[in-house]
Design a protein around this ligand. Structure first.
Ligand code: PLP
Length: 398
């Protein structure tokens, strides 16, 4: 079959393929510990489920307005006002089938051949593909542990060209957990303010933030930056609602009306039932979010100390999200007792799966081959057992 070029360029999601491999081994009876998960291991809170059940029983099961029901738009507007200090009108909000869908729609609306889109790396796996599916070119700014995996104004300045159409920001970041402070965002905003560039702010880990760090968005800088910024967020990570598929974008009305147009020709509205559940998530009690984040913080502290106790491993302590991104490159070039050489993040991932029965995600998938991503969205018991296994397996390499 002669497939379209856009499909030939696509990489299958590496996070999903490692899960598939781990699941296949589990099915064979192997006791695999999965650190690949990109979703909270907690259940969706009860009052959110109840709202969905009530919606079904009330017959709220038909098409809705493409950009979302007013009730949910108002809940989003209230959230953005109260928690982020940002004011939007209904016409500036579009609800989509997950934040990934919001990002996809935005890319289709704004990008075309010849456009460059700046993405600080290590980056979430889907950004580059979403940009390429819109025929634009991703421009990666590489960062490392030395800078806390953050870009400086200077880095940003250097990456800008006449073709730069947008910058994608993701703080807290998947996979590094790096989180930008208000002063860091303000410094980056100075580079953007003088240019005709759009900021896409992926705030999906906004609430999964530790140590009294305060969330700050590019749109908070001033009115000009707010006009240039599209805020993308959703309920998946905050409320353990990944399967419900609700995300949203907030931005200027001219862009958002085009986002709604694109959506009207692909999915139409996001699921009516999930929209009602998301109203309950945003408007209801938030205590389960705090319980979840506190549990994540304990796991983060434990996992970072265990990793740093392994000779040859270096792991910085992330300020947000539920991932750690340890540097394992000190083991590259060493051999297992089978004589197989570990040469990079793909092969050390394979080694850990074979030798330690532990599934992690290779850093190469996120644009940094020196690291692997470990998700701690799994129980403390699993983390303890998995860390023991990783320590033993790495000690065997020589
Ligand atoms: C999980 C994730 C998303 C997508 O979330 P959905 O709302 O479930 O589509 C977007 N960005 C990042 C960085 C993520 O990790």
């Amino acid at each position: 079959m002669n497939f379209a070029l856009r499909v030939k360029m696509l990489k299958p999601s590496p996070t999903l393929s490692i899960s598939a491999k781990a699941n296949a081994l589990k099915a064979e009876g192997r006791d695999i510990i999965g650190f690949g998960a990109g979703e909270p291991d907690f259940d969706t809170p009860e009052h959110i489920k109840e709202a969905a059940i009530a919606a079904i029983k009330a017959g709220f099961t038909k098409y809705t307005a493409v950009a979302g029901i007013d009730e949910l738009k108002d809940a989003i507007i209230q959230k953005l006002q109260k928690e982020n200090g940002l004011s939007y009108k209904r016409a500036e909000i579009v609800v989509s089938s997950g934040a990934k869908h919001s990002l996809y729609n935005i890319a289709q609306v704004l990008f075309e051949k010849g456009d460059e889109v700046i993405i600080p790396g290590p980056y979430w796996v889907s950004y580059t593909d979403i940009v390429q599916l819109a025929e634009a070119t991703p421009v990666i700014i590489e960062t490392g542990e030395e800078s806390g995996f953050k870009v400086s104004p200077d880095d940003l300045e250097k990456a800008m060209t006449k073709r730069t159409k947008a910058v994608i920001f993701n703080s807290p970041c998947n996979p590094t957990g790096a989180t930008y402070s208000e002063s860091e965002i303000r410094a980056l905003a100075e580079v953007i303010a003088s240019r005709d560039v759009i900021v896409i702010s992926d705030d999906i880990y906004e609430k999964i933030l530790y140590d009294d760090q305060i969330f700050f968005n590019m749109a908070n800088v001033d009115e000009e930056l707010k006009r240039k910024t599209i805020v993308v967020n959703g309920v998946s990570k905050t409320y353990a609602m990944t399967g419900w598929r609700i995300g949203y974008a907030a931005g200027s009305q001219d862009i958002m009306s085009q986002v709604a147009n694109i959506q009207s020709q692909n999915t139409s509205n996001a699921t009516s039932i999930s929209q009602k559940a998301s109203v309950a998530a945003l408007m209801g009690k938030q205590d389960e979010v705090f319980i979840m984040v506190e549990e994540f913080r304990k796991r983060r502290d434990y996992i970072v100390s265990r990793l740093n106790a392994i000779e040859g491993v270096r792991c910085s302590k992330p300020a947000g999200s539920f991932y750690v991104f340890p540097n394992l490159s000190g083991f590259y070039g060493r051999r297992s007792f089978m004589g197989k050489k570990v040469s990079g993040s793909d092969s050390i991932t394979e080694y850990l799966l074979e030798e330690a029965n532990v599934a992690v995600v290779p850093g190469a998938a996120f644009g940094d081959d020196r690291h692997v991503r470990i998700s701690y969205a799994t129980s403390m018991a699993n983390i303890e057992k998995g860390m023991n296994r990783i320590a033993d397996a790495l000690a065997k390499l020589d």
